[in-house]
Design a protein around this ligand. Sequence first.
Ligand code: A3P
Length: 323
Amino acid sequence: GTRASSTNHTKYKEIISTLPRIEGRWRQSQQLHEYQGFWFGQNILEGIMSAQEHLKAQPTDIFICSHPKSGTTWLKALSFAILTRKRFSYSSTNPLLSELPHDVMPFIDILSFTDITSRDPELPLLSTHMPYTSLPKSIVECKCKIIYICRDPKDLFISLWHFAGKVRGTSAETFPLEEACQKFCEGLHNYGPYWDHVLGYWKARLQFPERMLFIKYEDLQNDTFSYVKRMAEFMGCPFSMEEERQGLVQKVVDLCSFEILSNLEVNKSRKHSSAIGQYLKIEKKAFFRKGKVGDWENYLTADMAATIDQITEQKFSGSGLSF
Ligand code: A3P
């Protein structure tokens, strides 16, 4: 209840005050704290500590995991549309037409353990940006299924830089690209370093292949249709021959496309997301920018691109992972 939460709040604050700390710069007066090998702002870190202490995952739970800006909104929409295809038609009753994809499932990094009971009993989806090694123990112990999405670090960085500007509400010059790039390369942003985030889930996939579906944003763009079928199989609800004949796979692809979602009234709205909005005062439309592969070319200098690529090569060398 409330009393337990406020006691915890004080407890987490005390722990956080002992952690290594640095000025973030992505947001106004943002302090980042180093915890279990990654950097987090205070609010998020309290949520993570609470989830680590209290979250009781069920074996049937399916987790949508990602680093921010790697395609989370899209993956949430797709997984929701696939799992609820029998409940909601693709007409006006589908919640994806009236809610931001982030708001159709709980986000455990900010939910207190009491709120989780208010979830839709028929929907096994939960989401998190936590690094694999920081996931609440019960998720791993229950052998929950995990779908992870990641993206070329250069595109992710450009997406992150734009998003941070919207969160700050100030112009790009207040946090120049060059300085942001340096911070990104040092892993100094929420949930950073990005490369370690990806590697954590990649290693888990090698260890538990049946529990993990690892998707690259670029591959998903390239062949969304196949991935929708693969996601459905992975989540235990494959499309039947009859459903395929009815064109249901393509309906999911179309409903969740950037063009459709980004043009819905709800997603053009300046209102805050109810899930994410609890700690991030950000308008819904900020989750839809371009939705393209390779947009980094319009922003990064050759030097910045080379620096990021070098880190990618070095960090992923020998892992079998590349972009
Ligand atoms: P860009 O900033 O490169 O356009 P996240 O959802 O993890 O916050 O990631 C946001 C990125 O995914 C943004 O990338 C956004 O435009 C893109 N995106 C959002 N919805 C999408 C969709 N339905 N299809 C493809 N990309 C999408």
